[in-house]
Ligand binder design. Structure first.
Ligand code: DHB
Length: 367
């Protein structure tokens, strides 16, 4: 028998440091997909090489270079934060290696290399429906509080653009990404007395935010909590307590999404991770592997430009709902759901109550 050829996938994630939760979600999702679908595609064995970048962009770039040169990977994947994806993009272009962004969400990322395809989301895509909802539901004055880097600035701009056009008033605050102390910002919010506080923090930081939110008595302030769904991500939501009840967010994934695909995904993910609930990062990893598998089936195992071309226009039913890859932008097109935090079967969930179907990244759609 001939030796079976392998297709190597280098998965680079923050698996140590402050953003470990993001990396673990993506890795669990990717491994779960492989466990369910076997490790052979188009007659080739899929070899997953998992590397930790600690959430540091220089390490991501160095690791990607080693994976390209030493391991000769066919695909780069992962990218837990925007700066990590942007630092690696030129290497994907140079080496003509497809780069599947499974987590990061700044709109411009897919423009940084023609070899990038994304299975997560963009912040403007998730945020514009939030501004629409707020404007139509009696909210007139909003303070935005966002992490001061790519995705936070995207969220702030997307919200402000749509909300002010609808006649709303916005005051903007930005908090450092690393070790954020929300207290001084929450004091400013208390003074401004907006109808709603719009928050973007990356997955995992919602817990710290919510702790300081309740310490300052915001749960009794009448100021509504809104934002893209990162702040109430499914992994940390249930430990936030009743303070989170009633928060309205817009996002592409909820563990409570009512579909047979999602029910079996949530169950299998929990089984694979000591009971951890999947969040939107977990589904990004799972769908990223799906895209790699289906792309390789179409190219009969070939990588490079052929693989990227095969991924363009691909559509499937994700645990999040119907999705496709925009052939022009290589970004994911997906439903955005309006959700409210409620207690369901004793646990806190983002319960979806409205759907905006097939949303493209609005920044690129406007170009
Ligand atoms: C990033 C974006 C997110 O929405 C998130 O939850 C975490 C990280 C990012 O692009 O850096």
């Amino acid at each position: 028998a001939q030796a079976q050829e392998a297709v190597k996938v280098g998965l680079i994630l923050p698996l140590t440091g402050p953003f470990t939760a993001i990396g673990r979600q993506v890795e669990t999702g990717a491994r779960l997909y492989m466990q369910q679908h076997g490790d052979t595609v188009a007659g080739k064995k899929i070899e997953l090489i998992v590397k930790d970048d600690g959430g540091v962009a220089d390490a991501t770039k160095r690791t990607a270079q080693e994976l390209i040169v030493n391991d000769k990977v066919d695909v780069l994947a992962g990218f837990g934060l925007t700066p990590l994806a942007l630092a690696t993009a030129p290497l994907a272009t140079q080496a003509k290696v497809p780069m599947v962004v499974m987590a990061a969400g700044t709109a411009t990322i897919t423009e940084a290399s023609p070899f990038i395809v994304r299975t997560s989301f963009t912040l403007p895509q998730a945020t514009e429906p939030m501004a629409d909802w707020a404007a139509k539901n009696g909210i007139k004055k909003v303070t935005t509080l966002v992490s001061d880097y790519g995705p936070g600035i995207d969220a702030e701009k997307a919200f402000t653009g749509v909300f002010t056009k609808a006649g709303g008033q916005v005051e903007s605050l930005r908090v450092p990404l690393a070790n954020p102390d929300f207290s001084p910002f929450l004091q400013k919010v208390a003074d401004a007395k907006p109808d709603a506080l719009f928050v973007f923090v990356p997955a995992g930081q919602g817990a710290q935010f919510m702790k300081q939110f309740v310490e300052r008595g915001f749960d009794k302030s009448g100021i509504k909590l809104i934002g893209p769904g990162d702040v109430t991500d499914d992994e940390v939501l249930n430990n936030m307590g009743d303070v989170a009840l009633g928060a309205i967010t817009t996002h592409h994934y909820s563990a409570a999404h009512d579909s047979p695909e999602n029910k079996s995904f949530v169950e299998a993910f929990k089984k694979a991770s000591n009971g951890t609930r999947p969040n939107f990062m977990g589904v990004g990893g799972y769908d990223g592997m799906h895209l790699i598998y289906e792309g390789l089936k179409k190219t009969n195992g070939q990588g490079g430009q052929a693989l990227i071309d095969a991924m363009k226009g691909m559509s499937w039913t994700s645990p999040r709902g119907p999705v496709s890859i925009d052939p022009q932008t290589r970004d994911i097109v997906q439903n955005i759901y309006v959700r409210k935090v409620e207690r369901k079967d004793g646990e806190l969930y983002n319960v979806e109550f409205a759907t905006i179907p097939n949303v493209k990244d609005p920044v690129k759609a406007a170009k």
